[in-house]
Design a protein around this ligand. Sequence first.
Ligand code: ADP
Ligand code: ADP
Length: 234
Amino acid sequence: AKGIHIEGLSKRYGERDTAVLALKNVNMQVAPGEVVGLIGPSGSGKSTLLKCLGAVIDPTAGRMVLGNEVIFDDEWKVRDLRALRRDKIGFVFQAPYLIPFLDVTDNVALLPMLAGAGNDDARKRALELLTALDVQHRAKAMPSQLSGGEQQRVAIARGLVNRPPVILADEPTAPLDSVRAMSVIRILNDMARRFETAVIVVTHDEKIIPTFKRIYHIRDGVTHEEAGEGRSFE
Ligand code: ADP
Ligand code: ADP
């Protein structure tokens, strides 16, 4: 089974009378190549779900499978979280968080280098992604020389460069105007299809909500699935 499979996931913070049930029996499936939206009000459990999926915190109960790997199954959990985050999950955040003293190519090549690729090979893979995202002409630039839209595309290239089976995007379009926001969503859809990546986009952004074919709504730790319009990417 590829993609993302979550079954009966629960997360409790704290103990006894101060306990908060942040996730209650959450089920979610995202197929390879699919981009789904995750929408909910503040305090509904979005960050908790992303942190569980990103192996930043452990769930209290349930089962999570990313790619071909069971990463959490009730009491059992994966041991090498750092390797999991590096190899299985690409993160894209609201802010690009590029490393200011590395040029664009090395910002993207750093992850494959850390995963053990040689420098030439890592830079070649970085350039492939930068080309796919149409920022190859900025390959030698420093992050401070890029526009906001270019920085975000470089950040997406970095999220994809290790070909993770899963991308978690947290408000990736929040600071962008609607043309650039739509372009980021189009890129995530293209990349998802091309690399068979399962993508979850957490968002409040009204501009991009109509682009999802499927949306998970979360409220008080409970998710409901809804078919979206998906009109922009048919
Ligand atoms: P969202 O990202 O949708 O705003 P969160 O996942 O941050 O929601 O929070 C879900 C619930 O869990 C909220 O009631 C929040 O107060 C609680 N919560 C989040 N993090 C912690 C924590 N570290 N300790 C205790 N409660 C927490
Ligand atoms: P977008 O955000 O759509 O990529 P902008 O209108 O912000 O485009 O920028 C247009 C062009 O100007 C881009 O090619 C970008 O590289 C360049 N540019 C923007 N800001 C700077 C800067 N501070 N230094 C150098 N070039 C810049």
